[in-house]
Ligand binder design. Sequence first.
Ligand code: FE2
Length: 269
Amino acid sequence: MIEFIHISDTHFGPSKDMEIRGSIPYDRNSALVEAINSLNFTPDFLVHTGDIVNDPDDDAYQLAEEVLSQLRAPIHYVSGNHDDAASTRKFMTSGANVTLEGVGDKLAYSFQMGDGVTGVVFDAWVPPEMGPHGFLSQSQVMAFEKLLQASDDRFALFLHYPMVPIGSPWIDEHLLVENGEAVHSFLTGYSERITGVFFGHLHRGLQILRDGILYSGVSSPVCHFTAGPNETTCEFDSNCALAFNHVTISGHGTMVKEYSIPFQPVGRV
Ligand SMILES: [Fe+2]
């Protein structure tokens, strides 16, 4: 049995007072850490599916590390569109992992989750001027295929961006993995060995079961996005609850418990 916590989109700024759409990430993320540390169990590990910071500067990463390192289990970090892989490596203390073969400087790696399940972190970052969508390189897909062939393990996949459409026009046009449909087709050939594909980026929780693949998104503790079926833009809700998911993977399948906790500021140090 594997128990982990999935968080995402903490959007730390360079100072404790930095505000983003009416929310102060430092205060909200500090409360998030306290809520997770107050659970009556200790997770095996956590995964942060990206947008650790709002802009990739050193001060923001240092503040993120100061807060997130208080979590009481190893954390695995994913590169979001607001992140910088080199800074994530430099400033964030990550759980033990092995870089995927042939992926260059991408933050793409595997790690042992236990119970015959391997975690694979993909880096689908593209330069900001290209847009907020992602793209998963062929080298990362090939590296994953090698892992599939090298063992009988099952796999959990982590990336920042949703792979498949969610039925909201603006999000589906701008925020997905650009080649997500092709990658999804590839994954369907291994659906019995994929325990889930976990992502952030949308700032809202959602679960999609498609062709036997579970896609599980977690919201942001900082602000939520709307995602209605007729929306041609995206609205923000900063007066939102703190969100994180507790994921259990066992021989029976994958279970996702969504937590939504009213925000109460904790005292600053
Ligand atoms: Fe984000």
